[in-house]
Design a protein around this ligand. Structure first.
Ligand SMILES: [Zn+2]
Length: 74
């Protein structure tokens, strides 16, 4: 197998302000706005678990839960 060049990314998912790509080195690139995190498989899984747990608990000050109403940031 050829060495990874970190140039071939396969788009896995895309949102309004974010996207997730799989790099040829097996890291996941998580881009939110102008910031990109390069995560190995364990870190990606840990981030997914942590965000999912937080999402299940969060209720915003106006009573909204994630996924309800506007998606714009502050
Ligand atoms: Zn890479």
């Amino acid at each position: 197998m050829a060495s990874p060049k970190h140039t071939q990314h396969r788009l896995l998912a895309r949102g309004d302000a974010s996207r997730v790509e799989l790099c040829d080195c097996s890291s996941v690139h998580l881009t939110v706005g102008a910031v990109t995190l390069r995560l190995g498989p364990r870190l990606f899984e840990d981030l997914h678990t942590t965000i999912s747990e937080a999402r299940s608990k969060v209720v915003f000050a106006n009573g909204q839960r994630p996924g309800e109403g506007e998606t714009a940031l502050c």
